[in-house]
Design a protein around this ligand. Structure first.
Ligand code: PMP
Length: 310
């Protein structure tokens, strides 16, 4: 086990020493709200950039509000702790950070006090542009949770068991990953990533009321695409449209831009990552790592090489 440093309840501890009570609502019921945040190493500048950190922290507090967690920390305090966690590890490489507020008492799912936080950075390389992955997807027979059951808008640990069912079924059936339909039988999202399809040159994604997480990468793709003159529409998507799409990709902080090359064994386009998908992936990584200097507000420098720029 990599024994990285974790920020836990105000202290920096080794992962092997980062404990929670087995009776905590977090351990027992998945009662936590969290963010998965990526940081990208810019070798040219000798700087590690967190991508859209403020937006992630804002969403964390929205998730907290929905589950009635009173965050003991302000956004500024969480950002300070985030830097502290990165600095403790001194990572000068692409990094993924799990940032979690969790029910840390001994209570049930209804009484979650006290609420604690951990911030766990771990090295994680970005998608290799020389070996772009291709995913075979299926439409899952599991239904996406919805706003009146377990709101997907809140990034709550327990929600991910829904994704687990669909993911395991997809793997057992010989696919790489699932695509969920919502209770309305329209396309929702993947198990941990939002979906875009390209039809007739238009980029189309389900609206944020279609049982999806209000994804920051989704917003990034929409903004970048519009800025280069691509038409983007947020509208509901039928299952069979996936069979007719020219391109499909999933997107998320972890997924980045993940090309889907088939759905239910129907080839998407030519069965290869499409041109717009590949272009978006290049643009996304260039912007996130600061190689493309546009959208400076999206990047927060969280660590620097002591030797300065290289
Ligand atoms: N949907 C779900 C269910 C997710 O877990 C994620 C990953 N956070 C996403 C979509 C993508 O969200 P984001 O772009 O903010 O990472």
């Amino acid at each position: 086990m990599a024994d990285n440093f974790i920020w836990l309840r105000g202290e920096i501890v080794r992962q092997s020493q980062a404990f929670v009570n087995v009776l905590s609502p977090a351990a027992q019921f998945g009662l936590n709200v969290f963010e998965g945040i990526r940081c990208y190493w810019n070798a040219e500048e000798g700087v590690l950039y967190a991508f859209r950190l403020q937006d992630h922290l804002h969403r964390l507090l929205q998730s907290s509000r929905i589950v009635s967690f009173e965050s003991p920390y302000s956004v500024a305090e969480i950002e300070r702790s985030f830097r502290h966690a990165i600095e403790a590890n001194d990572f000068l490489c692409d990094t993924a950070v799990r940032l979690t507020l969790f029910g840390d008492g001994e209570g049930s799912w209804s009484s979650c006090e006290p609420i604690s936080m951990f911030i766990a950075p771990m090295p994680r390389a970005r998608t290799d542009l020389r070996k772009i992955p291709k995913f075979a997807a299926c439409v899952s027979s599991w239904e996406r949770i919805n706003d009146n059951v377990l709101p997907p808008r809140a990034k709550v640990g327990a929600n991910y068991i829904n994704g687990r069912f669909a993911h395991l079924q997809a793997r057992r059936d010989g696919y790489d990953l699932p695509i969920f339909l919502g209770a309305d039988r329209k396309v929702a999202e993947g198990a941990g990533a939002c979906l875009f399809m390209v039809r007739s040159g238009e980029l189309i994604t389900p609206p944020t009321t279609s049982s999806v997480l209000d994804s920051i990468t989704r917003d990034t793709v929409i903004r970048m695409a519009r800025d280069i003159g691509i038409e983007v529409r947020e509208r509901t998507i039928d299952r069979t449209e996936l069979y007719l799409a020219d391109e499909i990709f999933l997107c998320g902080s972890a997924a980045e831009i993940s090309p889907i090359v088939s759905v239910d064994r129907f080839e998407v386009g030519r069965g290869e990552p499409g041109p717009l998908t590949v272009d978006m992936l290049h643009r996304y990584l260039a912007v996130a790592s600061g190689v493309d200097g546009r959208y400076p507000d999206w990047r927060t420098a969280v660590n620097r090489s002591k030797a300065g720029s290289r």
